[in-house]
Unconditional design. Structure first.
Length: 109
């Protein structure tokens, strides 16, 4: 997909522009939130099939609200690969678009 291309959803209300994608070099991958643990922690099922304990960074608290079933990008910790930080949250329309393009294989979407 060209980076300047705009995608119009079926509702014709929303226009999706240049979605952020995970960078494998930076240890980023897609994940689905499976459980809210409280404070700033969630459990997420990552695209590699492992469930990880993820931390919500301070820059996202009270600005980006997360729920079970949300699609996010997580960045794995280098020193503890069973933990990760949440980097980005997708809206439901963006999630539908990525699933339609086949980029979310292996995730319970």
């Amino acid at each position: 997909m060209p980076e300047d291309e705009e995608i119009i959803s079926q509702d014709s209300e929303f226009v999706l522009k240049k979605l952020r994608m995970p960078d494998p070099k930076a240890l980023e991958q897609f994940a689905i939130i499976t459980k809210l643990l409280g404070t700033n922690k969630v459990m997420a099922m990552c695209s590699d099939g492992k469930e990880r304990n993820c931390r919500i960074p301070g820059r996202m608290k009270k600005r980006v609200w997360l729920r079970e079933g949300d699609l996010v990008i997580v960045r794995l910790w280098e020193f503890q690969p069973d933990k990760a930080d949440i980097e980005w949250r997708y809206s439901n329309n963006e999630k539908f678009h990525l699933a339609k393009k086949g980029l979310l294989k292996g995730l319970p979407v």
